[in-house]
Design a protein around this ligand. Structure first.
Ligand SMILES: C[S@@+](CC[C@H](N)C(=O)[O-])C[C@H]1O[C@@H](n2cnc3c(N)ncnc32)[C@H](O)[C@@H]1O
Ligand SMILES: COc1cc(O)c2c(=O)c(O)c(-c3ccc(O)c(O)c3)oc2c1
Length: 350
């Protein structure tokens, strides 16, 4: 430290503080959402003055004077807008709007699951995992795999499915609007690991001539009923996948090791026809180290990368890593389109 000037030392101290306090913003956002701040601002429909906002929140009278402290952090971090007139006025930003209960494409359940003790416990064990021989940090925390945990804890399993469904609602909306070409000529499609069917439901509705199947573990789809051109099938993608024209894998391969991904992709290949008969696999996942992505996207991608390591000892992949998997599984061509925000659309052909 002696080589640092006083000003460098103080600058480093501030940076370290921000690294230490990184989780503070998420905790403040969770508090705001639980108190209904985004909902109240949304309902108001225009910038709301502090006293009106405070009057609409379920606060104990002794805590009202503390709320501006929470609000000023949320404004500073870009979660809320603050307009200065004669008083402070607050309004939603695009980010806080996605946490409004009545917003059809809200992702509240992702925020809430992020703070669930069973997941926090896995983060807590990260350094232990680096020093033990358990398969994952999640396993270190709970003595079982992420998927096995839900067999015994159905409430957490259902919270996880809701969180994934909220992510999928938003992506599916953009996917069917912006990637219509992906569905051209298809007669049937199976969403492997399709959870409770959010994406497949949107695809089935937008493409009434395509027979859509949601394929997931039996406990996930057991109580779900299809209708029209949508059907639910239980099973494991490591055994046999229903035979169709095209297979969708959204946020599946990043949960698995390279070895398991090759097994899954080989199973997919067995279930689709040749390329000239329309066979393909559609993957929606992150592509790391894409130089065209903005810092904000890259930061979120790194967070997901680390989460995949903690939960599954898996990872997000670079273009080169993806291509290696596809070649090993026997696919001959791959087309990557970075059209889904944090995620890319990857089409691979046998
Ligand atoms: C991360 S979630 C993705 C869900 C959905 N594709 C989405 O993006 O919303 C992974 C899904 O894989 C399912 N899954 C895990 N192991 C599986 C297996 N062996 N066979 C089929 N599905 C499996 C899980 O139940 C879960 O629904
Ligand atoms: C953006 O904010 C969050 C916060 C979270 O807490 C989780 C989380 O807990 C989680 O399991 C997942 C997740 C797990 C497996 C997947 O294959 C996947 O695509 C996502 O995403 C999360 C995202």
């Amino acid at each position: 430290m002696s080589v640092m000037s006083s000003s460098e030392l103080l600058q480093a101290q501030a940076q370290t503080w921000n690294h230490i306090f990184d989780f503070t913003n998420s905790s403040a956002v969770r508090c705001a959402v639980q108190l209904g701040i985004p909902d109240v601002l949304y309902k108001h429909g225009k910038p709301m003055c502090l006293s009106d906002l405070l009057s609409q929140l379920p606060l104990h009278p002794s805590k009202v004077s503390s709320m501006p402290i929470l609000l000023r952090l949320l404004v500073h971090s870009g979660f809320l807008n603050q307009h200065e007139k004669d008083h402070y006025y607050y309004s939603l930003t695009p980010a806080s709007r996605l946490l409004v209960r009545n917003e059809p494409l809200n992702i509240r359940s992702l925020l809430l699951i992020n703070h669930e003790p069973f997941l926090q416990k896995a983060w807590f064990e990260l350094s232990s995992w680096f020093q033990n021989d358990f398969p994952t940090a999640f396993h270190t925390a709970h003595g079982k795999s992420f998927w096995d945990y839900f067999t015994e804890k159905p409430r957490q399993g259902s919270d996880f499915n809701d969180a994934m469904a909220s992510d999928s609602r938003l992506i599916a909306d953009v996917f069917v609007k912006e990637c219509k070409h992906v569905f051209e000529g298809l007669e049937s499609l199976v969403d492997v690991g399709g959870g409770t069917g959010t994406v497949a439901t949107v695809i089935a509705k937008a493409n009434p001539t395509i027979k859509c199947i949601v394929f997931d573990l039996p406990r996930v789809v057991a109580d779900l009923k299809g209708s029209g051109n949508l059907e639910f099938v239980g099973g494991s993608m490591f055994d046999e996948i229903p035979h169709v024209n095209a297979i969708l894998l959204k946020c599946i391969l990043h949960d698995w090791s390279d070895e398991d991904c090759v097994k899954i992709l080989k199973k997919c290949k067995e279930s689709i026809p040749s390329r000239d008969k329309g066979g393909k696999v559609i993957i929606i996942d992150i592509v790391m180290e894409d130089p065209t992505q903005s810092d904000e996207f890259v930061r979120a991608q790194h967070s997901m990368d680390l989460l995949m390591m903690i939960l599954f000892a898996a990872k997000e992949r670079t273009k080169k890593e993806w291509q290696k998997l596809f070649t090993e599984a026997g696919f001959t061509e791959c087309k990557i389109t970075p059209s889904l925000g944090l995620r890319s659309l990857i089409e691979i052909y046998p």
